[in-house]
Ligand binder design. Structure first.
Ligand code: X2X
Length: 337
């Protein structure tokens, strides 16, 4: 990893995330000091709820388990941290199922374009059979997923050059997508020019116009200040995305069973609270971002979905995931292809 000045500054800021007063209440050094890495700013609900979770774990384990949070890609890009998780350099990591699919192909199925219409169908699937299926695949790859997936949200397209109103507006459009075959495939099917870039580099890629646009939920457009480098926001809701809370198997198995129960309980409870926070935040942010100068439009999702179908996107991915997984998805969302 390249230790830039920015990284050092971010690392310094990370110290602030550690709860000093609570820690000093437990004079002895924790038996298990575990690092939790993520890619989001400290102000995002994921980090706010994770901090409460870490405090609750420290208290309920009487100081035996100390989870230290490293937000904002301080320990490296998602791609880097995924390999650190596998080698045991990082103990906990939240990662989009779509990015995790570079290791566990089935994990991207929840991000199929326009699969989910609303949150009730997301949670029904992800807390139900589809989530169980995906977690089994993750476990087979040697990583331990917690039961409850955290929300990232429904994704919207932003641009520095023009609003995206119809599929034709995406033709040749240089858009950053996360590092994931599903994302690239979807935007290629929409005739755009997707570039795979880790989130750690997104702000600067937009600022220097390496790409004209990107897509993310409003909570991220706001907390990562992407509105500073993007003018238009098209409410495409083109996919839902969530973060699996992952543990390194070695580190997880080192914890005695009673401590594992406490840690999992608090992580899953925090996920449920974070889901509410993100849904509320996303619902109220349009006004706020408009006040900061973003211009909003509401494209017709059906036109984009039709184009994906015509391009053979659904048929291709049904073939990749296989009939069993596809049937689990369609049981929650209805016929897709
Ligand atoms: O990389 C992104 O765009 C982000 C922050 O939404 C994910 O983690 C997938």
């Amino acid at each position: 990893m390249n230790i830039s000045r920015r990284t050092i500054l971010r690392t310094a800021a990370a110290a602030a995330v550690v709860a000093a007063p609570l820690r000093s209440a437990f004079a002895q050094k924790a038996e298990f000091t575990y690092k939790y890495a993520n890619n989001l700013p400290v102000t995002h609900p994921m980090n706010l709820r994770a901090k409460e979770m870490a405090d609750a774990v420290l208290a309920e384990t009487n100081g035996r388990v100390d989870i230290q949070i490293f937000p904002n890609n301080q320990l490296g890009s998602d791609t880097d941290v995924l390999s650190q998780l596998r080698s045991g350099g990082v103990e906990f990591f939240t990662l989009s199922g779509l990015i995790l699919s570079t290791l566990v192909p089935a994990a991207s199925i929840s991000g199929v374009g326009f699969a989910f219409n609303d949150y009730p169908s997301v949670w029904k699937a992800m807390d139900g059979d589809l989530g169980t299926y995906i977690r089994a695949q993750i476990t087979k790859a040697g990583i331990v997923p917690m039961d409850k997936i955290w929300d990232n949200g429904f994704r919207q397209i932003t641009s520095s050059s023009k609003p995206i109103a119809t599929p034709a507006d995406l033709k040749g459009f240089k858009i950053r997508v996360p590092v994931s075959p599903l994302w690239t495939s979807m935007f290629k099917a929409l005739d755009a020019a997707p570039a795979s870039i880790n989130f750690a580099e997104v702000y600067s890629a937009l600022q220097t116009k390496i790409v004209d646009g990107q897509e993310n939920p409003l909570a991220i457009i706001s907390t990562a200040k992407l509105f500073e480098v993007q003018k238009y926001c098209s409410l495409s809701n083109h996919m839902w995305d969530g973060f699996w809370f992952l543990a390194s198997r070695k580190a997880w198995e080192k914890l005695p069973a009673d401590l594992r129960t406490i840690v999992a309980k608090h992580i899953n409870a925090a996920a449920i609270k974070e889901r509410d926070d993100v849904a509320q935040l996303n619902a109220g942010l349009q006004k706020d971002l408009a006040g900061k100068g973003m211009a909003f439009n509401q494209p017709d999702g059906a036109a984009f979905r039709d184009q994906l179908r015509k391009a053979g996107f659904y048929a291709e991915w049904k073939g990749k995931y296989g009939d069993e997984a596809w049937a689990l998805l369609e049981r929650s969302v209805g016929k897709l292809a």
